[in-house]
Design a protein around this ligand. Structure first.
Ligand code: NAP
Length: 290
């Protein structure tokens, strides 16, 4: 009984210490920062660009569709961005990814936040039929280009004491049937960036890496790809973008969104994998999947 009381008191002290020393988010943290958001012509990336813009950051957006990017830039300026511009790039081509960083340096003279978010390269929702070409394309766009952008931006980020944010998914942490290629790319990202974070820390390089672990979000692409095929409610992309931007500014190690449908599931993965598999099997409407 006495031991329980001591443990309770210790937990209360640790909890109070944690909340009092935790830095709180303010828009000032973002004002004037130089930010590159990839995959920002639509979806969560577009919403993150607007969040950074609203708080007065210098924003660069990049994707393949120029007309769409032009509209995003105009809206960023309307929302109050210190500056906004775009770079057209196809992340299937690693040289093109490298050029995005060169153009960012030319436009802003440096970079504070590299936000890696794009997704594409044929990441579809269907049975895996062994298509190697499409797997390689998926890994190029969703993994190798992230690494290329990071490698090319590393010196600038070290110089500015900036940060890297990687938008990941529950598919990078738990089994994800019918999106095997996408899941492989997200698991690769998680392995690469968590190892890089530790390596930088051991080398005493102050370059935080935030990994955002997302559940099902209501972007057009996601609703079209999995709507009617899974038993889940999509969460709003605007709120999701805000949480990632906050996590980036606070230099958090991880962001879970929506928290209650991601974090507890991950605890289950380690403690009761069989129960997790049971939940997964009930989440998919297999008869509707091509
Ligand atoms: N939505 C969800 O339910 C969900 C769940 C978990 C994780 N996530 C993650 O959240 C991030 C954003 O997802 P989202 O749903 O917002 O996606 P989205 O709406 O489909 O947006 C994807 C972005 O990537 C760009 N893109 C696609 N292929 C590209 C290529 N080859 N080169 C350069 N840019 C390319 C697209 O623009 P262009 O077509 O103009 O190139 C677009 O701007 C992704 O990392 C995704 O894995 C999403």
């Amino acid at each position: 009984m006495a031991l329980l009381r001591v443990l309770g008191a210790l937990l209360a002290v640790l909890g109070a210490y944690y909340f009092y020393t935790k830095e709180t988010f303010s828009e000032e943290m973002v004002r004037g920062k130089r930010v590159l958001v990839t995959g920002s012509s639509t979806g969560i990336g577009e919403q993150m660009a607007y969040e950074f813009a609203r708080m007065g950051a210098h924003v660069i957006v990049t994707a393949r569709r120029e007309e769409q990017l032009r509209k995003v830039v105009q809206k960023c300026l309307d929302l109050g961005a210190s500056s906004a511009s775009y770079v057209v790039s196809d992340m299937k081509n690693l040289t093109s990814a490298q050029k995005v960083i060169e153009e960012t340096k030319a436009a802003l003279g440096g970079l504070d936040h590299l936000v890696l978010n794009h997704v594409g390269g044929g990441a579809t929702f269907q049975h895996f039929k062994g298509e190697m070409e499409s797997l390689i394309s998926c890994l190029t766009v969703n993994f190798f280009s992230y690494v290329q952008l990071t490698v090319s931006a590393l010196d600038m980020l070290k110089e500015s004491r900036g940060s890297i944010t990687v938008v990941s998914s529950m598919s990078g942490r738990i089994p994800s049937p019918f999106s095997i290629q996408y899941s492989a790319a997200k698991f690769a990202l998680e392995g690469f960036y968590s190892s890089l974070r530790t390596e930088l820390h051991l080398r005493k390089v102050d370059l935080p890496i935030t990994v955002a672990v997302l559940g099902y979000i209501d972007t057009d692409t996601a609703l079209k790809a999995v709507g009617g095929k899974i038993n889940m409610q999509a969460s709003p992309k605007g709120e999701c973008a805000r949480e990632i931007v906050k996590g980036t500014a606070l230099r958090q190690r991880e962001v879970f969104y929506p928290y209650w449908t991601t974090k507890p599931v991950l605890l289950l993965r380690d403690w009761m994998p069989e129960l997790l598999e049971l939940f997964i099997s009930q989440a998919y409407l297999v008869e509707n999947i091509p």
